[in-house]
Design a protein around this ligand. Structure first.
Ligand code: NAD
Length: 488
């Protein structure tokens, strides 16, 4: 059990109020860490430190090469500490160890990607109709507030910090109050590899007060948020006070569409993985499975037959394929959707209840749950549940599949399973979603843009698109005429 502090201005500090929060392992309720419970004053101190570091610190004069090297060093440091980080992640948010190990490796890759990119940020020269040398330069935006959720605590910190730092900004990161440990471990590594003080500040505390201050502060130039759509709307409103630049990565209710001509076994595996990886606590989860009617019953039967392989347990137990939900409150919310589904007339093909195993009684476990007889109008087909609940919806034609898939306020991810290349292309072209897959589900790459259409967000993270969101654009015009203008 580790006692953590917040990172502000290069120092490890407690909250001004002295309040702390005990963090519990969601799989068994054990206390696994204690963190300061920061509020507005702590957020303000972090914002001031970031402001000072941006306006007057050495960071502004640090070359892109040096920034890139620091990020590469950080990637190495993460890789060296991968075992500890993945164990802390499992204790903090409950995911199976193999998934945490993947996240840690991916976080290191993200810092490596942007470490390499730091020296490739460049402007351009334009031909203009005047005797002028006119060019465009890219500059950092300034102080970036970054607020992240609990489902991928380290990875989301990497997605936020890596591009912001590569571009030369300073940051105030606020992890979720439920899962701050790996972000703070990352802060330790950042100091170790030599990031100057105040360049990265990490405050721990809830959205109310601590998060709100970051979203509202006029000293913050940009806000990058990942979380729920309702919170995203509040952040956008708060950010309007000084018209911050804004990136929002929000929720989803993602269609995973299986045509009868798909490779059957691959589609069954993809449907289960899409819905139940990370306990279904994934913004891009394939939580709506749209299945061509002729294979609907066979697919459901095959999925249900494989459910016993989704072994529930503590993430560190060998063989665990699904961990607990993040909190008792969140499990209550997910269970309320099971009741709503039944009331709406859907039928449970499996799951819907807590596991009987007494060894799991102290964790927030819920069995993988599959609903059949789901109509697109039902709440379980429209609202983000953010847990291991899959809604299966039959369709009769390609047009109907596309219409159901797009009939949502969200537009984050979507997938198509078919052996027909023409059909796969046709359907993908029609889908209103920012992340799409054919004959697979979930692979995510640091090289590609991540983000949603419609109410799934605004802006993109990762890849070259991601760094754009952390750069200002300045035009420079150098007059090459020596004579005065002579206008007056
Ligand atoms: P959440 O919106 O409740 O909280 C996210 C973060 O915002 C937390 O750090 C929280 O403390 C903070 N926060 C809450 N209210 C705030 C406010 N008024 N002002 C400032 N900060 C505030 O989300 P969550 O429950 O932590 O995460 C689950 C949600 O995140 C899901 O909806 C999921 O789809 C979404 N998500 C999206 C992506 C993506 O890339 N699109 C990735 C992961 C999670």
């Amino acid at each position: 059990m580790k006692r953590y502090a917040m990172l502000i201005g290069g120092k490890w500090v407690d909250s001004v109020s002295g309040d702390v929060r005990e963090l519990r392992d969601p799989a068994n309720g054990d206390v696994v860490g204690v963190v300061p419970e920061g509020g507005r004053e702590d957020a303000r101190a972090a914002i001031h430190a970031a402001r000072e570091a941006f306006d007057r610190g050495p960071w502004r004069k640090t070359s892109a090469l040096e920034r890139g090297k620091l990020l590469l060093k950080l990637a190495d440091a993460i890789t060296r500490k991968a075992e500890t980080l993945s164990h802390v992640e499992v204790h903090g948010c409950g995911k199976p160890l193999a998934e945490a190990q993947f996240d840690v490796a991916d976080a290191a890759n993200c810092f490596e990607f942007y470490g390499g990119l730091a020296t490739k940020i460049h402007g351009e020269t334009m031909a203009v109709p005047a005797n002028s040398l006119s060019y465009v330069v890219r500059e950092p935006i300034g102080v970036c507030g970054q607020i992240i959720p609990w489902n991928y605590p380290l990875l989301m910190a990497a997605w936020k910090l890596a591009p912001a730092l590569a571009a030369g900004n300073t940051c105030v990161l606020k992890p979720s109050e439920m899962t701050p440990m790996t972000a703070l471990e990352l802060g330790e590594l950042m100091l170790e590899v030599g990031f100057p003080e105040g360049v990265v500040n990490i405050v721990t505390g809830p959205g109310a007060g601590c998060g709100e201050e970051i979203a509202e502060s006029h000293l913050v130039d940009k806000i990058a948020f990942t979380g729920g759509t309702v919170t995203g709307r509040k952040i956008a409103t708060a950010a309007a006070g000084n018209l911050k630049k804004i990136t929002l990565e929000l929720g989803g209710k993602n269609p995973n569409i299986v045509f009868a001509d798909a490779d059957f076994e691959a589609a069954v595996d993809g449907a289960l993985f899409g819905a139940f990886a990370n306990q279904g606590e994934v913004c891009s989860a394939g939580s709506r499975l749209l299945v061509e009617r002729s294979i609907h019953d066979r697919i459901v039967e095959a999925m249900v037959a494989k459910i016993p392989r989704v072994k529930l347990g503590h993430g560190l137990e060998p063989g665990t394929k699904m961990g607990p939900l993040i909190s008792a409150g969140h499990r209550d919310k997910v269970e309320s959707y099971v009741r709503i589904g039944l009331e709406e007339g859907a039928k449970l093909a499996c799951g819907g209840k807590r596991p009987a195993d007494p060894a799991l009684a102290n964790g927030h476990f819920l069995e993988p749950t599959i609903f059949v007889g789901v109509k697109p109008s039902m709440r379980i087909a429209r609202e983000e549940i953010f847990g291991p609940v899959l809604s299966v919806i039959p369709f009769d034609s390609e047009e109907e599949a596309i219409a159901i898939a797009n009939d949502t306020e969200y537009g984050l991810a979507a997938a198509v399973w078919s052996r027909s290349l023409a059909r796969a292309h046709r359907v993908i072209r029609e889908l209103r979603a920012g992340i799409t897959w054919v004959n697979t589900y979930h692979p995510t790459f640091n090289e590609l843009p991540w983000g949603g259409y419609k109410q799934s967000g605004t802006g993109r993270e990762l890849g070259l698109y991601g760094i754009e969101q952390y750069l200002e654009t300045k035009q420079v015009n150098i007059n090459l005429d020596e004579a005065p203008l002579g206008w007056y």
